[in-house]
Design a protein around this ligand. Structure first.
Ligand SMILES: Cc1ncc(COP(=O)(O)O)c(C=O)c1O
Length: 414
C-alpha cells in the first residue's frame, strides 16, 4: 500500500517531511560508500586538473579546478526568497565553467574516470596532461561514451568526451530542449532522439552501449562515479563558507535547497555535505509538482520502483532537467535516511523565480534551478518551530548560465 500524500497525487505544491531521517553518523557508517571514496574522487580530479587547464582555457585561472562561486544574496533578494530576515547564499553552479550546470561535477568526472581506465591499460603512468596529445586522442577515438539524458548531463558528458577525442552518443527524451540537442551536435556528438521520456532514453542508451565494443555507458540511474563526482563539491563549499566566515554548527544550521531529477546530483551532494558538516547541514530536495519522482519513491516506503505515472501524474514540466518519472533506486537508497524532506513546486513558481532571480539578482538560471528559490518559503512555513533567521539558506542554482538569449528572454517575458 503506497502512502503518498493526497496533495502530491493532486499535483499541488507540497512539503513532505521525511519521517525516517536519522543521525548522519549512524546512516553514513552503514552506507555502501564512504569518505575514502570521496577522497579518491578528489585525488582523481587533482590528477586531471593540469589536463583540464590545457583543454579548457576558461579553467586556466583555477589550474583546472571546476568549481562555482558562493555568492551572498543581497539583503533585498534574501528577504524576497526567505519571506523575512535571514542569510541566503547561492552556490552558483548555473555558472559552473565548461558546462554552465551542475552536471559538470558528475558527468565530466565520470568521463575522466573512464579515460583514466583506458589510458592506464595502454600504459599511462603519472602525468595526465600528456592525454591532450595526438596519440592518446587517437586511442580515445576508438572508444565511445554513451549516455541518456534530459539535456544537461548529456552536454557535460559530451563536452568532456569530445574534448578528449572520444566518440559520444547521447540519447535524449522528447522533453529535452531542441537547443540542448543542437549544441551537442555542434560539438560532434551523435544525438539520438526518443519519442518517450527520460527513462526510455536511458534504457535505449544502455542497450546501444551493450552492443558496442570499447564503449562506456554513463548510467544516470545508478552510477557510483557520477555520485562521487557530485559529492566532491562538499569540500569546495566548506572552503568557501570558511573563507566567508560563515559558521555552520547546530546553532547555525546550513539548509541546502537542491533541485532533484533522478536524484544523483542532489544525492551525491547530500552524501558529501553530511560527511563534512554532519547534521548541521539539512538537505531539502526540490521537485516539480508533475514529476516528484523522489518524493513518490521515498514516501511509498517501497524498495521496488514507484513512478509518478503510478500515482496519476504526468511528468510534464518546463523544469526539463527535473522531468524524470522514476527516481534512481541507488540515489533513493543513499538519501532515504539523510534528507530533511522534499518540496514540490509548480512551473508557475519556477518561472516566477527565473524572472525574479534575473531582475533582482542578475543571475541567469533555468527553471529547474529556480525551483530551489521557490522552495524556501514553503519549507520554512512548514517548519515554523525552526527559527529561519538562525540558519544560512543555500540555494544550489543548478543550471542556466549558458542559456542562449532566444531561449532565456521568453522565460522572463522578454
Ligand atoms: C539544471 C538541473 N538541475 C538539477 C538536475 C537534477 O539532477 P539529477 O537528475 O541528478 O537529480 C538536473 C538534471 O539534469 C539539471 O539539469
Amino acid at each position: 500500500m503506497i502512502e503518498i500524500p493526497a496533495a502530491v497525487r493532486d499535483g499541488e505544491p507540497t512539503v513532505w517531511r521525511n519521517p525516517v531521517r536519522r543521525p548522519a553518523p549512524e546512516v553514513l557508517a552503514a552506507s555502501p560508500l564512504h569518505w575514502d571514496d570521496v577522497e579518491q574522487a578528489i585525488a582523481r580530479w587533482r590528477r586531471f586538473a593540469p589536463l583540464l587547464a590545457i583543454l579548457f582555457p576558461e579553467l586556466r585561472a583555477t589550474g583546472g579546478h571546476i568549481d562555482s562561486p558562493l555568492l551572498p544574496a543581497d539583503a533585498e533578494f534574501a528577504h524576497a526568497v526567505l519571506g523575512g530576515p535571514g542569510r541566503v547564499g547561492i552556490k552558483a553552479d548555473h555558472d559552473l565553467p565548461v558546462t554552465g550546470c551542475i552536471k559538470a561535477r558528475g558527468g565530466v568526472y565520470e568521463v575522466l574516470w573512464y579515460a583514466e581506465q583506458v589510458a592506464r591499460q595502454a600504459g599511462l603512468r603519472e602525468d595526465h596532461a600528456v592525454l591532450a596529445g595526438p596519440a592518446w586522442r587517437d586511442l580515445f577515438a576508438t572508444h565511445t561514451v554513451v549516455v541518456g539524458s534530459t539535456g544537461n548531463l548529456g552536454y557535460s558528458v559530451g563536452v568532456m568526451a569530445r574534448a578528449l577525442g572520444f566518440a559520444a552518443e547521447v540519447h535524449m527524451s522528447s522533453d529535452a530542449k531542441a537547443w540542448k540537442k543542437d549544441r551537442l551536435r555542434r560539438i560532434g556528438v551523435e544525438v539520438v532522439e526518443h519519442a518517450g521520456d527520460y527513462t526510455a532514453a536511458v534504457a535505449s542508451a544502455r542497450t546501444s552501449a551493450e552492443q558496442r565494443p570499447r564503449c562506456h555507458f554513463v548510467d544516470d540511474e545508478s552510477s557510483v562515479h557520477l555520485f562521487l563526482g557530485y559529492a566532491t563539491a562538499a569540500l569546495d563549499l566548506h572552503r568557501q563558507l570558511d573563507a566567508a566566515h560563515l559558521r555552520v554548527d547546530a546553532a547555525h544550521p546550513l539548509i541546502v535547497y537542491l533541485p532533484c531529477g533522478v536524484g544523483g546530483a542532489p544525492g551525491g551532494l547530500t552524501f558529501g555535505l553530511k560527511h563534512v558538516f554532519g547534521d548541521a547541514v539539512r538537505c531539502v530536495f526540490v521537485e516539480p509538482v508533475d514529476a516528484p519522482c523522489m518524493l513518490v519513491q521515498l514516501s511509498s516506503g517501497e524498495s521496488r520502483a514507484v513512478s509518478v505515472y503510478d500515482v496519476g501524474l504526468t511528468n510534464r514540466t518546463i523544469q526539463d532537467g527535473l522531468a524524470v518519472a522514476s527516481a534512481s533506486l541507488f540515489a533513493a537508497g543513499m538519501v532515504r535516511h539523510l534528507i530533511e524532506g522534499i518540496v514540490t513546486v509548480s512551473d508557475a513558481q519556477a518561472l516566477e523565480w527565473v524572472k525574479r532571480t534575473w531582475e533582482d539578482a542578475g543571475l541567469r538560471v533555468e527553471p529547474s534551478a529556480a525551483a530551489a528559490m521557490a522552495a524556501v518559503i514553503p519549507w520554512c512555513e512548514a517548519n515554523r518551530e525552526f527559527d529561519r533567521a538562525s540558519a544560512t539558506h543555500l540555494l544550489w542554482t543548478t543550471g542556466g548560465g549558458l542559456l542562449p538569449d532566444e531561449v532565456f528572454l521568453p522565460l522572463i517575458g522578454g
